[in-house]
Design a protein around this ligand. Structure first.
Ligand SMILES: [Zn+2]
Length: 316
């Protein structure tokens, strides 16, 4: 075989291999169920973000739906092992596909509750189309517009908070006072290689808002925080993250005042590794977290996001 033929053959084989890879369904990581209280569970990992499960008198409330149909079916099967009651309500902590798109596996009758900006972000993602866009027939059927709203669903009292944009413009924090459990969404995650919060600048997230939201969550009478990805967290974990991020943002602000450039600041403040974090690229999801699936630009780093905010650069 001539060299050019070998090259062609290799290229064809590589194409076939990549096509097969693209068509193969993604491997399903089983969800890990963890009991938090007699009727409250965390569904950790699996496909997409963590879920919180509340078993009520006649039905089940789920916070965050998982990323894929198969992953959500896996979660629903685990719930079915705990109770025959149907899932009636899903809260969404934000609009990223890894928390929303699993809704396709839920009955169409399910009530979907989210912040009003979450719904707007989903509508924008649907209009933009492309891989990873949310299911258009499962848009939130009820939206939260206030900074605090209290709901009693199926005998369970829940408080919903939105202290401004943080991870995205439509973050919603779900808190059950009776059990002292908070679902943080991706405002708090434990699986990043660095200790910085993940802010979607393209979804109008905010580093300043992140600080406000974490302060708000710490002020709640809570002791278990179901994070967006990774392990459960304690109030002490949140306080440590808040202290580190406050110090980092203050340092960025001080350097801007001194007339330092973004490159100067990046060089002075490289990403600090998170305690016990997996090595970069090992197990952590892409920083976009499944995003709107619009294949947009890579997300900004924390330093760049804070810099743009502090210099009033606004959206790019
Ligand atoms: Zn996520």
């Amino acid at each position: 075989m001539k060299k050019s033929n070998i090259t062609l053959f290799a290229a064809a084989a590589a194409l076939r291999a990549s096509a097969a890879f693209a068509q193969a369904p993604p491997a399903i990581q089983p969800v890990m169920m963890k009991q938090l209280k007699p009727d409250v569970w965390a569904g950790l990992g699996g496909s997409g973000g963590n879920s919180t499960i509340y078993i009520g008198k006649t039905g089940v409330i789920v916070v965050d739906a998982k990323q894929t149909e198969a992953g959500a079916k896996d979660l629903l099967a685990e719930i079915a092992k705990l109770t025959p009651k149907p899932v009636t309500t899903v809260f969404l902590t934000h609009s990223d596909g890894d928390h929303v798109n699993g809704l396709v596996a839920y009955p169409t009758s399910v009530k979907v509750i989210a912040h009003e900006n979450n719904k707007k972000e989903q509508q924008a993602a649907i209009a933009a189309g492309g891989r990873g866009a949310p299911p258009p027939d499962r848009l939130p059927s009820q939206v939260v517009a206030k900074n605090k709203e209290t709901m009693t669903i199926d005998g369970m009292k829940l408080e919903l908070y939105h202290w401004g944009p943080a991870h995205t413009s439509g973050d919603l924090i779900v808190y059950q006072p009776a059990t002292k459990i908070v679902s943080t969404g991706d405002i708090v995650v434990t699986n990043r290689a660095d200790d910085n919060p993940n802010i979607h600048f393209e979804k109008n997230g905010s580093t300043e808002g992140w600080l406000e939201n974490v302060k708000g969550m710490i002020a709640l009478n809570a002791d278990t925080y179901v994070t967006g990805h990774g392990d459960l967290a304690t109030k002490a974990d949140l306080q440590r993250k808040l202290n580190a991020t406050t110090a980092r943002r203050n340092k960025i602000a001080a350097m801007i005042k001194e007339g330092k450039t973004l490159d100067d600041i990046k060089a002075a403040l490289p990403d600090a590794p998170a305690p016990n974090a997996p090595a970069r690229g090992a197990g952590a999801p892409p920083a976009a977290g499944g995003g709107g699936g619009r294949g947009g630009p890579a997300p900004l780093t924390f330093v760049k996001t804070a810099y743009q905010e502090l210099t009033k650069g606004g959206r790019r």
